[in-house]
Structure formats: C-alpha cells, structure tokens
Ligand binder design. Sequence first.
Ligand code: SF4
Ligand code: SF4
Length: 344
Amino acid sequence: MKYDLNDHMVMVANCIPVKGYSRSIIYDLYRETFDFIPNDLYDILSKYNKRELTTVFGDTPKEFHHVLDEYFDFLLEKEYVLLTNRPDELACFPDLNLEWDAPATITNAIIDIRQPLFDQKDYSRFLKDLNDLGCTHLQVRFFPGYNHNMALRLFEFLNDLDMLCEVVIPYDTARPPGYYINLYQHYQKIHSITVFDFHQELDFFKKEDYRPFSQHVHFTSEAVTDQSHCGIISPAYFSVNIPMFTESLQFNSCLNRKVAVDQFGNIKNCPSLTKSYGQINSSSLKDIVKSDVFKECWTISKDKISICRMCEFRYMCTDCRAFVSDATDKPLKCRYNPITCEWT
Ligand code: SF4
Ligand code: SF4
C-alpha cells in the first residue's frame, strides 16, 4: 500500500470520470487520453472525492479491500488522483470550469459544390458574411461536376478572410498528384486537402520534397459522390480535450454554431438535413442564424439522445443528426452498443 488511510483523495480537476451503462471512462482532458474503469470505481470517485481514504475503506466490506488497493494503485500510477494529509488545503483544488462558449456566432461551416448553379459573387458574399459572424473553420466539399476555375477563385477569395479551410475534392486524372500539394502550398488558408477517387500508388510521398505535406494532403480511393458519405461514428474520430468535452455537455457536438450550404445552394444546419432556411443568392445569412428555429438543433446534446445518453464515449464522440427518423435518435452510422460494449 503506497498511501496512508488518513490521506484525503483528490481527483485531478482535468481528469473527469464519465459513467456509461456497463462501464465508465476517465477522460484525461489535459493529456488527451482516456482509460476505461468499472462502474463501481466511478461510484467511489464520485462519492469520496476530497474525503479521507479511511472513509472509503470503512464503508467497504473487508473482503473487497484488496480491490480498493488495486484501484488506488491504478489511480495514483495514472495520476488521476492525488493524496494530501492537509485537509485545510482541499480548497486549493477547485473543480474545472465546465462552461463552454466561443467568441463567434458561427464557429464552423460546410459548403458543398457540384454544378456551378450560382455566381462566384454569391459564394463570396456568403463567405464574407461567415467571416463577419466569426467563423474560423470552413469545409468545402467539391463533388464530381464542379468547376475547377471557380474553386481556384474561391480559394483566392479566402486569402483575405480569417478562416481556415479543409478542402475535399475529386481527383482529376489529367493532373499529377503533386498538383494538389502545390494547391496546398499556394493558398495560405487551405489547412488540408483530401483528394478522393484516387487510384494510384502513393509512392511520391516517399520523396523528400513531398514528405512534409503528408499531414495535410490526403489521397483516398473512396468515392465521395455526395453528402451522404458524412456522419460516420468511429473511434478514429473521437477527441478527448476540454473544448470538445465542455461543448458536448450542453450542445450538439456537430451542429452547434454550424451553418451549411448544400450543393443546390440551400442554407441549412447541415447539407444532409432536409430543412432549408433560404438560398445562398437571395437570403441573408446574418438574419437566418439569428432565428430561434435555426438554433434549435444546437442544444441537442448527447445527454438528450437515446442510447448515447448511456454511452461512456458521449463527450468525446461527434454527433450526427442526419439520417435519423427522430431528432433524438442515436446516430444511424454508429455501430457501438453501450450495453454490451461492442462495436459491430
Ligand atoms: S449532422 Fe451528420 S451529416 Fe450533417 S454535418 Fe454533422 S456528421 Fe455530417
Ligand atoms: S452510442 Fe452515441 S455516444 Fe456512443 S459511440 Fe455511438 S454515437 Fe457516440
């Protein structure tokens, strides 16, 4: 035993236990990692935080004390708890502030583009409004049929705005793969490019000149033909950090402060949702985002979604409100069962 029973156990503020139906998780929001724990350890951490170890052991039948020893060895080794023999110091360990806010009316946006149905000036005006609303993260998804010159003009326009752009674009077999790396290098506001429908060997990333760009320019053989490819829930997309955790506690982890334009120019919460609030060439984005009805989905947190509300991943997992028949159904593309703890 590495501790004195008169010590007080203090949960480290950025290490937060979250209970699921069958198991719990300690989210380490500073190190951006997590560990599974049994639900009875979650109950101990919730009930005895900042209390003496002697109380925990006193409330637990003797035959289970060896289990408590194992739990505390684990918690101390992982630095999830610390021990103090100074009860007067307990006030020095305040809880983490779990409020979330952002200095922007809109924080992120998606624009889908296929046929050039609208003028460049319509997209430019929309982007300018987005910028005024404080948006810093834009995803532009080009689908087969898009006009490449118009895409270049759009990238040019972004140079004068404050947002970074993630580009999803089909591979054009008439161009060498290096063309897309040059695009990334040329336009300062492009943060990453995903080139889909690419069916060649990727050996050019072995070349010294190209290697530094492999973090920002991705090639995939997947064909992204429309917006229906979005919404996949996978551990590969989980994020354990303070912004994600605090936003997910109160808000929808995909749609909060998001605006989208679908391939037909409809302004929506997400390109895959059916409700349109106007068209890019004739509606005021600034008026749309003020309306209560547009903001309704922002507050559908994971705790309001059936199944998800009993899932231990619920504050690290991005949500998806498209493809569901009821606004509070579990995302259709999630294959996790929090009761059996299995992915199918
Ligand atoms: S709600 Fe679903 S489909 Fe829409 S942007 Fe979010 S993840 Fe994609
Ligand atoms: S059940 Fe819900 S919270 Fe859990 S992994 Fe699936 S979508 Fe995420």
